[in-house]
Design a protein around this ligand. Structure first.
Ligand code: SF4
Ligand code: SF4
Length: 360
């Protein structure tokens, strides 16, 4: 006992390790010293440093949630063809870096022979960035990975070829309140019914003040049901956001029919380098229809087709829509324009998270 007091267990340090130790040596050496970069072909970038060193980057699309078999394949390609290094991008792409042009073609061949797709750079449709989904999160209303897989199967040519006016970032989100809803085109869950409360469980599982505080429109109140402490929802006020479900799972809101998908355009990925613009709802009430989600994919393809045909070079989706106008966007995409698409809420400009810029 006295020994334990003398040498207490040290805290376990966790968190993000120093990334430099994992970098390709040439990247480490030339960190912050790059002169220029170019884009010799889809899926390949060439960076040249002031020292004269070069790095050729080959980008390969993968699913976000990787099985160990694919990981082993990817790392063995890296060992054999790419100096033993690889990195993962935010959009679940793998990037290999090599220092000589002669290494690029064999590396691409090895990736393609193993079934991976090279692309996703410059003015292509990049890999859809998607949220954790069922594997890591406790509140999804759909399987983001499944939506992404089905969509990217149909957009594979737009990933491989640079045939868009500018880059296109797509995102999916598997609940209505959290990560993933900011792409040029965002596919987000939309709940359409208030939560159903399992009163028998509330008293055992939920901290009621936390749940009451969580509701953005103050629709939840403490209540006694069958003599037990529980909660009640004012359904007239409820905006079906789902924010009460994470702290109180007995307030079930996910539903195979009434948790649907909605598609938004112009999120803050579009205007990261310009002034804040908008993020607007294009289509709502799209069936959450596994395993291939054909209705949502069809709408995304309609938007991309009209954008490819109508936008000027370098216009992102938000620039194109701003130039042609919101009603015209519906004309050229063939999607229905309804009264709900007219944003007449005065406060929206200041409060909607439509930009990556800091606001006060
Ligand atoms: S979008 Fe929502 S459900 Fe999906 S991983 Fe993020 S927090 Fe979880
Ligand atoms: S779904 Fe959202 S608005 Fe409705 S009760 Fe829950 S937190 Fe409140």
């Amino acid at each position: 006992m006295s020994d334990q007091k003398a040498a207490p267990r040290p805290p376990i340090e966790s968190g993000c390790p120093d990334g430099f130790q994992y970098m390709h040596p040439s990247m480490r050496k030339n960190y912050g010293q790059w002169k220029f970069h170019e884009h010799p072909r889809p899926g390949v970038l060439r960076h040249v440093a002031h020292s004269g060193d070069e790095i050729w980057t080959v980008r390969v699309g993968t699913q976000r949630i990787l099985d160990s078999y694919s990981l082993r394949k990817l790392t063995s390609i890296g060992d054999e063809f790419a100096d033993g290094y690889l990195r993962f991008t935010l959009r679940s792409n793998v990037e290999y870096m090599v220092t000589k042009e002669a290494q690029v073609a064999p590396l691409i061949k090895a990736c393609e022979d193993a079934g991976f797709i090279v692309g996703g750079t410059a003015n292509s449709v990049a890999m859809i960035s998607h949220t954790q989904g069922w594997l890591h999160c406790d509140i999804p209303g759909t399987d983001a990975s499944g939506v992404v897989k089905s969509m990217m199967d149909e957009l594979i040519d737009d990933f491989k070829e640079c045939n868009m006016p500018n880059r296109v970032h797509l995102t999916t989100s598997c609940c209505q309140i959290n990560c993933g809803g900011q792409g040029d085109i965002a596919i987000n869950v939309q709940h359409t019914k208030p939560p159903k409360i399992n009163h028998d469980l509330v008293a055992n599982v939920c901290e009621r003040p936390t749940v009451v505080a969580r509701c953005p429109v103050a629709a939840i109140r403490p209540a006694q049901v069958n003599g037990k402490p529980s909660l009640e929802v004012d359904e007239k006020k409820c905006i079906c956001c789902g924010a009460c479900f994470p702290p109180c799972p007995p307030m079930q809101i996910n539903d195979p029919i009434h948790s649907q998908l909605a598609i938004w355009v112009g999120g803050n990925h579009s205007n990261a380098r310009g002034k804040p613009t908008f993020q607007k709802l294009v289509a709502a009430g799209i069936p959450n229809n596994p395993p291939r989600w054909p209705e949502a994919t069809a709408i995304v393809k309609q938007i991309l087709k009209a954008y490819r045909e109508g936008a000027k070079d370098w216009e992102r989706i938000n620039d194109w829509i701003e130039r042609i106008g919101w009603p015209q966007f519906f004309e050229v995409t063939g999607l229905p324009f309804t009264k709900y698409h007219i944003d007449n809420w005065k406060g929206a400009r200041a409060s909607l998270n439509a930009s990556t810029h800091i606001r006060f």
